[in-house]
Ligand binder design. Structure first.
Ligand code: NAD
Ligand code: ZN
Length: 342
């Protein structure tokens, strides 16, 4: 079968022939229909320092997908051939304190699909049943291929009550934009989203009624004055991984404000800790998605009318993956989908 493989320890990705996997006990074999490209895949493609230290080579990469079950491994009972499925990209140990307590997103030994083990950019994939999400076939299929990043957005956006609150989101990447949509859908008063890339801010406007801010041209202080906000933002969602943006957030939170932090910061990022202490800020780190409470809410919000489809901006056949990666690297894209159906 065809697979997109990190074949060599250098920039790039290679379309290769690999064996179709055999589903083991407790696994299902999935015929992939659509996949989407994550920033992590771009880091592996670029072969940055993190990728060099993390990714075993050769390995098929990718973790965002939707597909159809075509074979059941031994002992699989509750899923059926023909089921449309997506899946959790984090495989957890099932044995640690948090796993046993049902807090699987906090597993001490999480393994990433397409990062620490074989990924899903291939025609067929075998995955454990415990990672499978059964899709509602009445919803647009391609949406399920972005459930992993939509799940990051949902996990972050639903971490704190936003009803009637003023929300600041730093970073209008695909995840920031989806988080903004969820905050609006959940009843926030003002949703302000920042970026330094106008394409991304224009894309955000297609999905919701947000106050977009290019922080190269406008300050958050000016925006607060315009909106009549006197004390600062109640809830912050850090989605840029940028230290300047994170400091901007810390400086514009109301006292007692809550920050959900998804963006992966440079280890050298500095903040004024006294603002955290004296302003009574609460900062919560967010990793992955709650299994499967976040997934339940994600599907239910779409069934209830949340529309995140404008965040998908590019679609290519998987053999044109180079174009997909180029679109991601250009910064002029939302989510980029690769089609494996033909
Ligand atoms: P992305 O890179 O597409 O988006 C980040 C956005 O931040 C970009 O549009 C960029 O222009 C913007 N940005 C850069 N500097 C800025 C600044 N000074 N002010 C405002 N915006 C600025 O990333 P994404 O795929 O949307 O993911 C968002 C973040 O979440 C990334 O940092 C990613 O690494 C991280 N992430 C974390 C997890 C997790 O489990 N914790 C999972 C997925 C992604
Ligand atoms: Zn565990």
């Amino acid at each position: 079968m065809d697979a997109l493989v990190k074949k060599y320890k250098e920039p790039g990705l290679w379309l290769e022939q690999v064996d179709v996997p055999v589903p083991q006990e407790g696994e299902v074999l999935i015929k992939i229909r659509k996949t989407s490209i994550c920033g992590t895949d771009v880091h592996i493609y670029d072969w940055n320092k993190w990728a060099q230290e993390t990714i075993p080579v050769p390995m098929t990469i990718g973790h965002e997908f939707v597909g159809e079950i075509v074979e059941l491994g031994k002992g699989v009972k509750d899923l059926h051939i023909g089921d449309l499925v997506s899946g959790e990209g984090h495989i957890v140990c099932g044995k640690c304190r948090n796993c046993l307590a049902g807090r699987r997103h906090l597993c001490k030994d999480t393994k990433g699909v397409g990062v620490n083990r074989t990924g899903i950019f291939s025609e067929y994939v075998a995955l454990p049943v415990s990672n499978i999400w059964l899709c509602d076939k009445s919803l647009p299929e391609e949406l399920y291929s972005i459930f992993d990043p939509y799940g990051n957005a949902a996990h972050t956006a639903l971490s704190f009550d936003v009803l009637g609150e003023d929300v600041l989101i730093t970073g209008a990447g695909p995840i920031g934009i989806m988080a903004a949509a969820i905050a609006e859908f959940s009843g926030a008063r003002y949703v302000v989203i920042t970026d330094i890339n106008d394409y991304r801010l224009e894309l955000a406007k297609k999905i919701g009624n947000f106050r977009t801010v290019n922080t190269k041209r406008e300050s958050l202080k000016e925006v607060m004055n315009e909106l009549g906000m006197k004390e600062g933002f109640d809830v912050g969602m850090e989605m840029s991984g940028n230290g300047i943006a994170f400091n901007d957030m810390i400086n514009h939170m109301s006292h007692g404000g809550k920050i959900a932090m998804l963006g992966i910061q440079d280890p050298d990022t500095r903040i004024d800790w006294n603002k955290v202490v004296f302003n009574g800020l609460f900062i919560k780190g967010i990793y992955g998605r709650e299994m499967f409470e976040t997934w339940y809410k994600m599907q239910a919000m779409i069934q209830a009318g949340l529309d995140i489809t404008p965040v998908i901006t590019h679609r290519y056949h998987y053999t044109e993956f180079e174009n997909g990666f180029e679109a991601m690297i250009s910064g002029k894209s939302g989510k980029v989908i690769l089609d494996w159906t033909t």
